[in-house]
Unconditional design. Structure first.
Length: 259
DNA sequence: ATGGTGGCCCGGCCA
């Protein structure tokens, strides 16, 4: 069972690359973030042609999350289940192959003194509450997506460059820690404790080629799923321009394989 | 290392 997550930075712009990658790598479940699509523009037929059921939660232009699954997709839940999603189309859940899968796009935060940073902390607390209200840590739960948080200093290219910045601040790391403490594991960390492996690189200044990135895209698994994990990898190739000339997202794919 | 790019969709805003 291959579980993947990818901030595609506009599925409209990225569809050829995403389909190419899905065809070549055959994930069983692919969580996507920043689709930047309205629901009626989501290309469900293109995923169906590759054998995937799909669900999407977006209102166009910004944010937007999706799940594609070839092991079934049932009981989709948009937002945190409230009638009106005041949280910005950043969470979608569905049951796929016996797992409750969540595709999440945590707010960026912009800067520590921004109201958007307070919203980021509130959103993370909302996610923590949602998990506790809906599940037992003994359930098969996967929370996958762009957390806009580097869990550890080893997950950024130069911690000194981030003093006073978002993505590494103590409050947001603590908020992530509370989500993990509920009963989830940052699976990639177990397989790569050394750090220095990234999932996002700024488009500007040749950051990707210089290795100036961060690991902010995470696959969090509850114990029943974590115990099945046999590998966790980040596919740097998908951050490059494709052989067909399709331009990449600024994030690449994280893949966890379950036995 | 506050922007040099790239997405939204056409003038800035957002990451």
């Amino acid at each position: 069972m291959k579980l993947a997550t990818w901030n595609v930075n506009s599925l409209g712009a990225r569809l050829p690359l995403v389909l190419e990658w899905a065809e070549a790598n055959a994930p069983d479940v692919l969580c996507m973030q920043e689709t930047k699509l309205a629901d009626d523009a989501f290309p469900s037929a293109a995923f169906a042609a590759l054998g995937y059921d799909s669900a999407h939660h977006g209102d166009g232009q910004w944010n937007g999350v999706a799940i594609a699954s070839r092991v079934g997709l049932e009981a989709p839940l948009c937002g945190f289940g409230s009638r009106e999603d005041v949280h910005g189309c950043r969470m979608l859940a569905a049951t796929c192959g016996g797992m409750r899968v969540h595709s999440v796009y945590v707010p960026n935060g912009r800067s520590l003194d921004s109201e958007h940073y307070r919203f980021k902390l509130e959103w993370l607390a909302r996610l923590r509450t949602y998990l506790a209200e809906h599940y037992d840590p003994g359930d098969a739960v996967a929370v996958c997506g762009d957390f806009n948080i580097a869990p550890d200093d080893a997950d950024v290219w130069d911690p000194a460059a981030f003093v006073g910045a978002t993505h590494v601040s103590e409050p947001e790391r603590r908020a992530l820690g509370e989500i993990l403490d509920w009963g989830l594991e940052d699976t990639f960390r177990r397989f790569h404790p050394e750090g220095g492996i990234f999932s996002w690189w700024d488009y500007r200044a040749g950051s990707f080629h210089k290795g100036l990135g961060m690991r902010i895209d995470l696959v969090l698994l509850s114990a029943p799923l974590a115990s099945r994990a046999v590998s966790a990898e980040i596919d740097r190739e998908a951050r490059k321009k494709s052989p067909k000339g399709d331009k990449p997202s600024d994030h690449t794919v994280v893949v966890v394989e379950l036995g």
